[in-house]
Each structure stands twice: as C-alpha cells, then as structure tokens.
Ligand binder design. Structure first.
Ligand SMILES: NC(=O)C1=CN([C@@H]2O[C@H](COP(=O)(O)OP(=O)(O)OC[C@H]3O[C@@H](n4cnc5c(N)ncnc54)[C@H](O)[C@@H]3O)[C@@H](O)[C@H]2O)C=CC1
Ligand SMILES: O=C(CO)COP(=O)(O)O
Length: 391
C-alpha cells in the first residue's frame, strides 16, 4: 500500500517562533488552525497535519529529489507513467531504466495513479523536462489541489512559448498558487549516493522557500534560499547551453586555456542576459549560475556536456538525439534562448553580445560546424572585457 508509510517527522524549526503562517502552504490551512494552534506545541510535536510530498517525473532527478525527501523521514510518493515502473520501484526499490544500480530509500513509494499521488500532497515537486511540461501538466492538473505549492526542478526555456518554468507553471496551474524553483550544481547520481550537494531554492514567497529548505536540508544536502526567481531560472537555462559549448571544446581536443576562456565568457553572457531580464548579479555568481555552470562544464556526469562532446567529435545533432535516452535540456533551450533574446532584448547585433549562446544554436540547427564556431569566437574584434552594461 502506497500509503502505509511511517508517520512523518518533519516539523519546520521556525514553527515555534512565528505565528500560524507555517500553515500557509498547507492545503488544509483554511481548516480550524486556531483550535490546535501550533504555537502551543513543543518543537517535537507533530504538526497538526500530515506532510506528504509527491514528485512528478520519475527520471534521474525525480528519483534523486524523492530520495532527499525520504531521507528526511517525510513520506514521498513518486508519480511515474506506468504501473510496471511503479511495481518495480515498490518491490525492488530501483528504477528499471534510470540509475538502475542505485537502491532508493525503501520509503520512496511509487504509483501511476495521479489521483492517489496528488490529491493529498502537501508539496509537489515537478521534475519533468521543460519541453514535456505543458503537455504533462494538462494530464495532471485536475488532480492537483488548488493551493498546493509546486517546487520546480526543471531547467530551461520552452521552445513554443519562449517562457521559463515560472511562466509555464503559472499558465498551466494558475497565478494564485505559490511556486518555488530549485537549482544549482546537483547531479542526480551524486545526490542519490549521498555525496555533499548545495542547491538554492528561489521563490517570490520567501516563506515557501524557507519551508522547503527546512524540509529538504540534511547533512549531505545544503539548501540556500533566494527571492530571485528570474536569476535562478536564467542560470539554470543558460548553463546547459554553455555546457554544450564546453563539451564541444573537449570534443575538438582543445586545452585548459580554451575551456577556461569559453566558460568565463559564457558566464559573462549569462550575467549580461540575467541583468537585462532583471536578475540580481549576485544570483548569477551563485550556485544556480556560475556554480551550476562549473559543475556541468567540468564534471563528467553532464548529459549536455556529453551532447557537445559528440558534436565536437563530428556527429550531427540528429545522430546524437536519436541515440540519447535521457534529456539534454540545453539542446532545445539553446534554440529557444536565441529566439527569446531576439524578442525581449533590444539592441543592435545581438549575436555580438551573445556569441557563445548564438553560436551553439547555429551549430545545433546545423548551420555551422563546431570548428567554424571556434574560429568565429577567436576572430572577434578586440573589445573591453565588460559584462555589466545592459548593452
Ligand atoms: N539529472 C540531473 O542530474 C538533473 C536534472 N535536472 C533537471 O531536471 C529535469 C528532469 O531531468 P531528468 O530527471 O534528469 O530527466 P530524465 O531524462 O532522466 O527523465 C525524464 C523524465 O521525464 C519523463 N518523460 C519523458 N518524456 C515525457 C513526456 N513526453 N511526458 C511526460 N514525461 C516524460 C520520463 O518518464 C522521466 O520521468 C530537467 O529539466 C533537468 O534539466 C536538474 C538538476 C540535475
Ligand atoms: O543540471 C544538472 C546538474 O546540476 C544536470 O546537468 P545535465 O542535464 O547536463 O546532466
């Protein structure tokens, strides 16, 4: 039975110091909170409602985040697409396709039944790739209770709308709900292996970010909070495109000088775009910006970097796409990013302001080879090293 899980043990630490706003994100907060005021409870008392988390998306990152929550003693349900996958997870505590060597915490329960998974969730984590999100949410939205907050873990820009996850979620699930966004250098495999990881959770509703940080943080999972949703989303989307470029650099057989120069200039383009869209520069320098760019460009686990590496080795985007079983968000995002920049950023010769981002898109669209892209970057006219001006 998916619900036969031990009682949760999560009690937000701030419960004893704030008023009953800790019920703010509980779907039942309109219930008679005063009659069992949490202010009168000891910190070790269970809160007056059961906390249950549902993770939508049983791919690598859905599994990793479900594991994080389960390790904190909070019941977690993984909503997967087929009963076969659910049975495999419930019986053998492994996913049949993703990270098959990783044993999940035994309290991670899976189901393919949307109603069962979603109807009484306190928080819902969204870990479905960006390009499938709209279609996916259409199939679950009727089962998601009105005021349950959503934590998005997906990174990228939708090709059809040119929107970030915040835009897509609000359009699909309503403006009134609270949303939060988790990002930072956080490879699913390392999280599952319990290797120290630091992420940031951003929300316009800082109390929600605090609650989620409290819920998820543990000795191997550090969580910082932020209000800068656009900054965190720009970092998450752009870093995957820079990682494709870094992979190409590797595939072309270039050295440390080239890689360091490329990643630094790529972070400059991220900073320029972020500032233009209203991000705080410090967010771009943080975990979700430069931090995740380092992880994805230099670490061995990135699928985006792998995609770029194969491009650098001479494979075509179509060949690589056809053989990949996991998502490399930067591929579609790169096309969307260029369109979004052209639409939202005013200025002359935007390709000169974002040569790496525009170059990767050209290569993915088949209009240019990686080596030509490199030559283009190296033949740029001399200019000031300045990332701060809007244009
Ligand atoms: N894997 C990682 O280490 C990290 C991933 N992320 C982000 O998390 C998001 C999810 O990525 P992963 O879990 O790694 O992807 P994945 O490729 O491992 O899994 C994809 C998931 O999407 C589902 N899916 C595939 N096609 C679908 C469709 N048409 N409709 C609905 N669902 C579909 C699959 O069933 C699976 O659950 C991405 O935005 C990624 O950038 C963020 C941080 C780390
Ligand atoms: O976002 C990630 C790590 O923070 C995962 O990157 P890839 O999707 O390139 O594997």
């Amino acid at each position: 039975d998916v619900y036969n899980v031990a009682a949760f043990s999560f009690v937000p630490s701030r419960v004893s110091t704030r008023d009953d706003r800790s019920l703010l994100h509980n779907p039942r907060r309109s219930a008679p909170a005063k009659s069992h005021s949490i202010l009168s409870m000891k910190a070790t008392s269970p809160p007056p409602y059961p906390v249950r988390v549902t993770v939508m998306g049983g791919g690598n990152f859905g599994l990793a985040l479900a594991s994080v929550v389960a390790k904190r003693g909070v019941p977690v349900t993984l909503l997967v697409r087929t009963e076969e996958v659910a049975e495999e997870i419930n019986e053998n505590h492994r996913h049949p396709r993703y990270m098959t060597d990783i044993a999940l915490p035994r309290t991670v329960r899976a189901t393919a039944n949307k109603k069962t998974a979603l109807s009484d969730a306190t928080y819902i984590i969204h870990a479905v790739p960006v390009q499938y999100t709209r279609e996916y949410l259409a199939t679950v939205k009727d089962e998601i209770p009105a005021n349950v907050p959503i934590l998005s873990a997906s990174k990228g820009i939708e090709t059809s709308s040119l929107g970030f996850m915040a835009d897509i979620l609000k359009e699909c699930l309503g403006e009134d709900r609270s949303y939060a966004f988790l990002s930072g250098p956080s490879f699913a495999r390392e999280i599952c292996e319990g290797v120290a990881t630091a992420v940031v959770i951003a929300s316009e509703d800082l109390m929600l970010a605090d609650d989620l940080a409290e819920l998820m943080a543990g000795e191997d999972f550090a969580v910082f909070t932020s209000r800068d949703v656009i900054g965190v989303e720009v970092g998450g989307a752009v870093k995957n495109v820079i990682a494709i470029a870094a992979g190409m650099c590797e595939g072309l057989g270039l050295g440390t000088n080239a890689m360091s120069g490329l990643v630094t200039r790529g972070c400059g383009e991220m900073r320029r775009l972020g500032i233009y869209l209203g991000a705080r520069p410090s967010t771009i320098s943080g975990l979700s910006g430069v931090g995740d760019t380092f992880g994805t460009c230099f670490g061995p686990l990135s699928r985006n970097r792998q995609f770029g590496y194969r491009l650098g080795k001479g494979e075509t985007p179509e060949e690589i796409r056809a053989s990949m079983t996991e998502v490399a968000e930067g591929v579609d995002t790169s096309i969307a990013l260029v369109k979004m920049i052209k639409k939202r950023c005013k200025g002359y010769r935007l390709d000169l302001k974002y040569p790496i981002l525009f170059g990767v898109a050209e290569i993915i669209e088949g209009n240019m080879k990686p080596l030509e892209g490199l030559k283009g970057l190296m033949n740029f006219p001399t200019r000031m090293e300045n990332y701060d001006e809007r244009f």
